[in-house]
Design a binder for this molecule. Structure first.
Ligand code: NAD
Length: 256
């Protein structure tokens, strides 16, 4: 299906990229919103204030909303989507447990899909990490992620799904050690997690496995935000035809 989409966070880094890819794909954009919008256009689409989101949903009834904003905004948008029966794909990261519970509640009414990383390469990295951790169960694991200087949450949502995958594969939770300073020797099966913030880097993730006089580094680099927007729009087309439920991109990506 070619969905008629609505875009939130339209003047943000990802919102702009979603609108650019939507234009390349010739998608119909029902409306776009952003906090503090003041009459600007992105890719020829007028950006309306996010306070008008509910009224626009009611008026325009898009097939699906594509959201890259912040946790508080996403929860508010999901609740409005539940009221008006409109599916929502969100790439927002940094949700608290309460936020996830609120999204799951909305997902009892409409399909909601969350994806901490919509790139195809990260899905391949998750599979590669699972395979390597299975083959090297005793090796130490460390994770390094690098993002642009405007990123708010740390570690990244992608780092968290990589850590989850390592733990699921090992069948045990690890202590996640965020950076090290002073007297801090590595202990047991802890996983060190390191976040760098610099420049305009769209996103890099490296999983290091080391032991037995050898090391293995598995690295993904996003060269452009368009890889995230492409994946989000593929997921949006899929989600618009699904029943109400809470979906995670990494569990459905192979179907796209
Ligand atoms: P950004 O700061 O450039 O843009 C966020 C936009 O959301 C801004 O325009 C801001 O005004 C709007 N916004 C934030 N809070 C709001 C609120 N309470 N109400 C209304 N609007 C609000 O950020 P970005 O780089 O575009 O990233 C947005 C989100 O997407 C982040 O959580 C980021 O981690 C995530 N992200 C996910 C992926 C992925 O593949 N899933 C890829 C890149 C970024």
């Amino acid at each position: 299906m070619t969905p008629r989409i609505a875009v939130t966070g339209a003047t943000g880094r990802m919102g702009k990229t979603v609108l650019a890819v939507a234009r390349e794909r010739d998608l119909d954009v029902a409306f776009a919103v952003n906090r503090d919008a003041s009459g600007e256009h992105v890719e020829g689409v007028p950006v309306r204030p996010s306070a008008e989101f509910e009224a626009l949903l009611d008026e325009e009834r898009p097939d699906v909303v594509v959201d890259f904003t912040g946790p508080e905004a996403t929860v508010t948008y999901a609740s409005a989507c539940a009221t008006y029966g409109v599916p929502l794909v969100t790439g927002t990261t940094g949700f608290s447990e309460a936020d996830v519970a609120a999204l799951e509640e909305a997902a009892s009414e409409v399909p909601i899909l969350v994806g901490a990383n919509f790139s195809r390469g990260i899905q391949a990295l998750l599979n590669a990490v699972e395979s390597a951790v299975t083959d090297l169960p005793e090796y130490d694991a460390e994770l390094l992620e690098t993002h642009h200087n405007g990123k708010r949450d740390a570690p990244s949502g992608t780092a968290k799904i990589l850590l989850d995958r390592i733990e699921e594969t090992r069948g045990a939770e690890s202590e996640r050690v965020h950076g090290r300073e002073g007297e801090a020797p590595r202990e047991g099966d802890e996983i060190g997690v390191h976040a760098r913030r610099a420049g305009d880097i769209p996103g890099e993730h490296e999983v290091l496995l080391a032991g037995n006089h050898e090391s293995l580094e598995l690295t993904h680099r996003a060269g452009s935000r368009s890889v995230f927007a492409e994946g989000a729009l593929d997921a949006a087309a899929w989600l618009a035809e699904q029943p109400a439920d809470y979906y995670r991109f990494e569990t459905i990506a192979s179907q796209l």
